[in-house]
Design a protein around this ligand. Structure first.
Ligand code: SF4
Ligand code: SF4
Length: 427
């Protein structure tokens, strides 16, 4: 992992990033811009201001990384934000935030919270914790888990022969809230000749990494890599998780340096059994990670989609951690364009954050709401029947806007839409 000094030194203060930043566009404040935040972080790192002074401005940042796309100087803003938030949490820990993350990133605890919320109306544990953090009522609804789809069993005789296996990140939020997305993903993988090798792998550490718990994120990363040891592709259908997993390498140098101390510590105790300093293999693991749309496009799904038909009008929202972090923009569009009958209307500001941003809509409800309403106005202007996207946070948040506006517009994951071309849109 690079140092804050090195990372922030690449900012030449040109300001090209300002208009790409949703919080700067909404407020017009330099301190709510990428350039302003980088300056504050550098000042805190140099000891010119207290770290606590950066908190309101780092908290207001969505971590959407639109500024990275706009930056001509290659500033790695995502890393700056992660390291700065980690420093801030170490110096001034927020226990409510840690508890909120713990509840969301553990499938069992998330299910329990949803169960309690159903049994005891008014028991909203995430809401309680977010009120402790922001002092405001959260804008996000209590999530409503999606049922599995009643699609007919796949007809093996009509499918191509199996040519390989992949791992699939089941994760935590997607597994609990949107199981139908994994169902669609598995079916699409089989349609291009791949089956899923089952694992007990859990959270990827994405939520922790993005809000400043680097040690916890590293621990999740190492567990996940260990649970998927063979040299198989790792498929991810959640933009935030895929972005984190593709950048696990940035967590590795510290893991390496800590590990390199182990033989020394053991030999000092007279217990050196020949243990060699080894990397955690996180960089190598990252190279095996693919967003589902990248993998399907590279493995011939376009040809299969050309034999289907789906008559409906859609628009596509670019999840920040697909478009800005992973550069995955054309792949989902190419797959969608391959479906005969599908009318695609381009969304204005398609790659501007919707305000969901991990736990942002729980801890920064006012700004999250402003961005959601902006996104919703653009969606309505398309006249589309469906909004297609690739991330569970955006999915739940934009679906909430549709409910509040009493709109018939439905929100679906790209994998659900693609599978619907073969199996029919679920009712
Ligand atoms: S565009 Fe890049 S170099 Fe220019 S101010 Fe923004 S972060 Fe700094
Ligand atoms: S990550 Fe998004 S909200 Fe944060 S500074 Fe960059 S563009 Fe602005």
């Amino acid at each position: 992992m690079k140092s804050l000094d090195e990372l922030t030194s690449h900012c030449i203060r040109c300001g090209f990033c300002l208009e790409s930043c949703p919080t700067f566009v909404e407020t017009g404040e330099e301190t709510e811009s990428p350039r302003g935040r980088i300056y504050l972080v550098r000042s805190a790192d140099e000891g010119k201001i207290a770290w606590e002074e950066t908190r309101p401005h780092l908290d207001q940042c969505l971590g959407c990384r639109a500024c990275e796309t706009a930056c001509p100087s290659g500033v790695e803003y995502g890393q700056i934000l992660e390291i700065a938030r980690d420093r801030l949490e170490r110096e001034h820990p927020q226990r409510a935030k840690a508890a909120l993350l713990d509840g969301l990133s553990h499938p069992g605890k998330l299910k329990l919270q949803l169960f309690l919320g159903k049994m005891l109306p008014g028991t909203k544990i995430p809401g309680l914790l977010s009120r402790m953090l922001s002092g405001e009522a959260p804008e996000a609804d209590k999530p409503n888990p999606q049922p599995m789809y009643s699609w007919a069993e796949l007809d093996e005789s009509a499918l191509p022969p199996v040519k390989g296996e992949v791992y699939l990140l089941e994760g935590c939020v997607m597994r609990v809230l949107f199981p139908g997305v994994h169902q669609a993903t598995r079916r699409l993988l089989r349609r291009v000749g791949y089956t899923v090798r089952e694992t007990e792998a859990g959270c990827c550490g994405s939520l922790h990494l993005h809000v400043g718990y680097l040690d916890k994120a590293r621990s999740y990363a190492e567990k996940l890599a260990a649970a998927m040891p063979d040299d198989l592709p790792v498929i991810v259908d959640s933009a935030g998780c895929g972005s984190t997993m593709k950048e696990y390498g940035s967590l590795e140098p510290l893991a390496l340096s800590l590990r390199s101390l182990e033989p020394l510590a053991l030999s000092l105790k007279g217990e050196n059994s020949g243990l060699k300093a080894q990397g955690s293999g996180l960089s190598a693991f990252s190279k095996r990670v693919f967003d589902i749309t990248e993998f399907l496009l590279a493995n011939g799904l376009v040809e299969e989609l050309a034999k289907t038909n789906l008559t409906t009008k859609i628009t596509y929202h670019d999840a920040c951690h697909l478009a800005h972090s992973q550069g995955v923009r054309s792949q989902p569009r190419q797959l969608l364009e391959a479906i005969p009958g599908l009318q695609i209307v381009e969304l204005q500001e398609a790659d501007t954050c919707c305000g969901s941003a991990g736990i942002y809509n729980l801890i920064q409800p006012k700004m999250a709401r402003r961005l959601l309403e902006r996104k919703w106005r653009n969606i309505e202007a398309t006249g589309a029947d469906l909004v297609v996207l690739g991330n569970p946070g955006c999915h739940a948040w934009i679906a909430q806007a549709a409910r509040e506006h009493k709109s018939a517009v439905r929100v679906v994951h790209t994998a659900e839409l693609l599978e619907s071309a073969f199996s029919g849109l679920p009712g």
